[in-house]
Design a protein around this ligand. Structure first.
Ligand code: C2E
Ligand code: CA
Ligand code: CA
Ligand code: CA
Length: 284
């Protein structure tokens, strides 16, 4: 038993060692990823639930790692958040997404009114320079601020609520729109919602999952969020829509917009103009 115990310890240590060194690899390589032009942004359409017209896109970051292929944000955003690298990465994603949107708005038929949603991180929301970064990016790209949606989660606001709210108020003063991402999954009380100067709620995928199936609670929760949003004068987006049945339920419950694999997975920017053309052709 003692032998086994010792073996276990060794195995455990090896696994931990491996995890720690994988993390160190990510950490050191992520520092160079920006300079080496290894980060990519992909774009997922957001549509009007009533008529399926495209309203805009959400920018989602990827890392095209030279050895490991395309890495999802889950594999490197937490590390970037811990080291503070997220500030540079986030600034780059914002610049990239808004420059891309400006090109599409000018060059792609039917894209002139599209919006762009960009995810923020806790660090960005607490950074004293961040509002300035957004203002400069708007200037540089010439994008109408109203076309920019910045997404924050409830948990990002917790901690120093006052600082976060101050920054959100300044961002709102620039004319950008603010969304609460993954709505319904945070630890916050609804009281926070009143304090937050936001325009949109994005209903978390976990609630959409149960729609159109045999889960009566899912429809009740989505319906309650829609009613709350209506009272507070906020827009609502359902996230992670995968089936026509879920779309029908969202429509019935009064959700204005939807996003999910039913329409498209996140697209490489070169695929967006073609996807838009085909999608719009199917509508008429
Ligand atoms: P999120 O902001 O909630 O983004 C939605 C995630 O759901 C995306 O995953 C998207 O690919 C996925 N998704 C969309 N529709 C469906 C669907 O119908 N079914 C399913 N199963 N999944 C769907 P992704 O791209 O892996 O991003 C994961 C998270 O990483 C994002 O969650 C966001 O929190 C974070 N993230 C992504 N890009 C950035 C970024 O540029 N900055 C920061 N700070 N975080 C980012
Ligand atoms: Ca998001
Ligand atoms: Ca989300
Ligand atoms: Ca999320």
């Amino acid at each position: 038993a003692k032998e086994l115990g010792r073996d276990r310890v060794v195995v455990f240590n090896d696994a931990m060692q491996l995890r720690a060194s994988a993390r160190l690899d990510i950490e050191s390589q992520l520092g160079r990823a920006l300079d080496r032009d290894e980060l990519r942004v992909v774009y997922q359409p957001i549509v009007d639930v009533a008529n399926e017209r495209v309203m805009g896109f959400e920018a989602l970051v990827r890392w095209e790692h030279p050895d490991r292929g395309w890495l999802s944000p889950a594999e490197f955003i937490p590390v970037a958040e811990e080291t503070g690298m997220i500030l540079l990465i986030g600034e780059w994603v914002l610049g990239e997404a808004l420059a891309q949107l400006q090109r599409w708005r000018r060059e792609v038929p039917g894209a002139a009114e599209l919006s762009m949603a960009v995810n923020l991180s806790t660090r960005q929301l607490r950074d004293t320079q961040f509002v300035q970064v957004v203002a400069e990016t708007l200037d540089r790209t010439g994008i109408d601020p109203g076309a920019v949606h910045l997404e924050v989660t409830e948990s990002m606001v917790m901690g120093d609520v006052d600082l976060a709210v101050r920054n959100l108020v300044s961002l709102r003063a620039l004319g950008v729109r603010l969304s609460i991402d993954d709505f319904g999954t945070g630890y916050s009380s609804l009281g926070y919602l009143q304090k937050l100067p936001v325009h949109l709620l994005k209903i978390d995928r976990s609630f959409i999952d149960g729609l159109g199936g045999d889960d009566p609670h899912a429809a009740a929760i989505v319906g309650a969020i829609v009613a709350l949003a209506r009272d507070l004068n906020l827009g609502v987006i359902g996230e992670g829509v995968e089936s026509a049945a879920q779309l029908a339920e969202l429509h019935r419950l009064g959700t204005a917009q939807g996003q999910g694999f039913l329409w498209s997975t996140p697209l490489r920017p070169t695929d967006v103009p073609g996807w838009l053309r085909e999608h719009n052709e199917q509508l008429v």
